[in-house]
Design a protein around this ligand. Structure first.
Ligand SMILES: [Zn+2]
Length: 78
């Protein structure tokens, strides 16, 4: 599954770049409830400098990691 994983990694990276170039101030990793422990462990909001890769190291999701990046738009706060 090496091909699938590197494709997934490239896609995630592209999505992350898009978020970085938008209005987001941080990025959140969203993980489905049926994801593997390695994926569940990286769920949360991150500074751009600290964002882990998707799929994370040690991912054992059967169909590949379904974790994904989402923008955090806290600039629209009060
Ligand atoms: Zn996983």
């Amino acid at each position: 599954m090496e091909d699938y994983e590197s494709k997934r990694r490239a896609e995630s990276k592209a999505a992350l770049e898009k978020i970085k170039s938008g209005l987001a101030t941080k990025v959140r990793i969203l993980v489905p409830a049926d994801a593997c422990p390695a994926c569940r462990a990286i769920e949360g909001a991150y500074e751009f400098a600290d964002v882990p890769e998707i799929p994370p190291e040690g991912c054992s999701c059967l169909d590949g990691s379904k974790a994904f990046y989402a923008p955090v738009l806290d600039r629209f706060g009060p």
